[in-house]
Design a protein around this ligand. Structure first.
Ligand SMILES: C[S@@+](CC[C@H](N)C(=O)[O-])C[C@H]1O[C@@H](n2cnc3c(N)ncnc32)[C@H](O)[C@@H]1O
Length: 403
């Protein structure tokens, strides 16, 4: 295996558009990350190079393949040009160039999980032991906590499918001290993000913290809630940035939360993790000054997103801010071929809610949830490092239980 991968993909690609550095792969090292062998690194580097190549040089040609191959083939077969979403999707599939990218992109995603998963499963027992050791030795000094709710395991569609092909899905839970779901999320996420061109020092929470400081300079949150925290990266950043604040983080997956808890202890971040459903959060009205979510909206159904907005508002104290960040695709900004091209993840990457999010009226949901319309905004905020932007929708609590 080593020979094949290392020979196919040199560590530094000759084309600067797909170049990456080994240091790109490293973000805050901590005890919950399994040791990687040279072979693991080489294979992960290969996936990074493959993803960069597909994103930078193959995917941008999809629209022209559609126009030059798909539309003529569809028109010849049907006697008219494609118009509806379904017809445009059919025309894309008639283009061999698009089909080639699609197959390669799916294969790259499957390989990503293999290369992320192998070192994790090899170190399964060591990771459990590290979890036990950190929770036994560091909880008292670092603080924070973990509360799991066995009744919540396996609820809804999120438990039924492997979202973005992550093996076992978000709710994978193999019992006591099992942390594989979180480890996979962090390791796979690193390879994916670097392959997307997102730099090692980039951070969604960091971008939001910078944005909040500029837009709400008086906001000094004493209690912060991070919804859909996964492996806990954002929650730890809030805890380290606001050391005086109590940071709480919720997720539906127990294996995610165990990992997030141990990771936070390893990094010295005081975070209270809870297994809760975002549609029914077990906190009192007005408990938080800041409620955030990162990249959750595209992973939940419309009714869950609306419930998350209602819960965000209910939980805010007077003057508090709720901010929900996600990928920047809004379909109202795109023509039909670009919408169809961006819908690939629904069919081939197990992302059932992707288009529902991209077409959602997020700010409308916030107003319907009771936020004062005058405080509700949506915008794109710059990434911390490198090009590109995140979408954010936010609103402020003008009433509320706690001042
Ligand atoms: C894409 S991940 C977001 C991860 C993290 N916030 C980040 O930015 O890296 C979406 C997370 O939302 C969680 N989730 C999905 N449905 C949920 C629900 N109903 N309640 C709580 N968490 C949920 C999933 O388990 C998953 O960990």
């Amino acid at each position: 295996m080593r020979t094949i991968w290392a020979a196919c993909w040199p560590r530094t690609a000759p084309d600067s558009r797909v170049a990456f550095k080994e240091s790109d792969m490293i973000t805050a090292p901590h005890a919950m990350l399994p040791d990687l062998t040279a072979e693991d690194r080489s294979r992960q580097s290969a996936i990074v190079a493959l993803r960069r190549f597909l994103n930078a040089q193959v995917r941008p040609r999809n629209i022209s393949h559609y126009e030059k191959q798909g539309v003529p083939a569809f028109s010849a077969a049907h006697g008219h040009a494609p118009q509806s979403h379904e017809e445009v999707a059919d025309a894309f599939r008639l283009s061999s160039g698009y089909r080639t990218w699609s197959a390669m992109n799916r294969a790259a995603q499957e390989l990503l999980w293999q290369t992320a998963g192998e070192p994790i499963l090899r170190h399964d027992e060591t990771l459990r032991e590290t979890y036990r050791r950190l929770t036994a030795e560091r909880l008292e000094t670092v603080g924070g906590g973990l509360s799991l709710d066995p009744d919540l395991s396996g609820i809804g569609l999120v438990a039924d499918i492997d979202i973005h092909l992550q093996p076992g899905g978000y709710t994978l839970d193999r019992g006591e001290a099992d942390v594989v779901a979180g480890a996979l999320y962090e390791m796979g996420g690193r390879v994916f993000s670097v392959g997307q061109g997102i730099g090692a020092g980039d951070s969604k929470a960091g971008a939001v913290i910078a944005f909040l400081a500029e837009r709400f300079p008086d906001l000094k949150p004493r209690r912060i809630l991070d919804i859909g925290c996964s492996a806990g990266a954002a929650a730890c950043e809030y805890a380290l940035h606001f050391p005086e604040a109590d940071v709480h983080a919720v997720d539906i997956g127990a294996g995610m939360l165990r990992y997030a808890h141990a990771r936070a202890l390893a990094l010295g971040a005081r975070v209270f993790f809870h297994q809760m459903d975002t549609a029914r959060l077990g906190f009192a009205d007005g408990e938080f000054d800041l409620v955030v979510s990162h990249n959750v909206m595209h992973e939940i159904d419309n009714d869950v997103r609306r419930a998350m907005m209602r819960e965000s508002r209910r939980l805010l104290a007077a003057g508090g801010v709720a901010l929900h960040q996600d990928v920047p695709y809004r379909f109202q900004d795109l023509d039909v071929p670009h919408q169809v091209e961006k819908s690939w993840d629904v069919e081939f990457n197990n992302e059932p809610f992707w288009v529902k999010y991209a077409t959602a009226d997020v700010t409308g949901d916030m107003v319907a949830a009771g936020f004062d319309a005058a405080t509700v905004r949506e915008e794109r905020i710059p990434k911390l490092r490198g090009p590109g932007a995140w979408y954010v929708a936010y609103g402020q609590q003008t009433g509320g239980a706690r001042g």
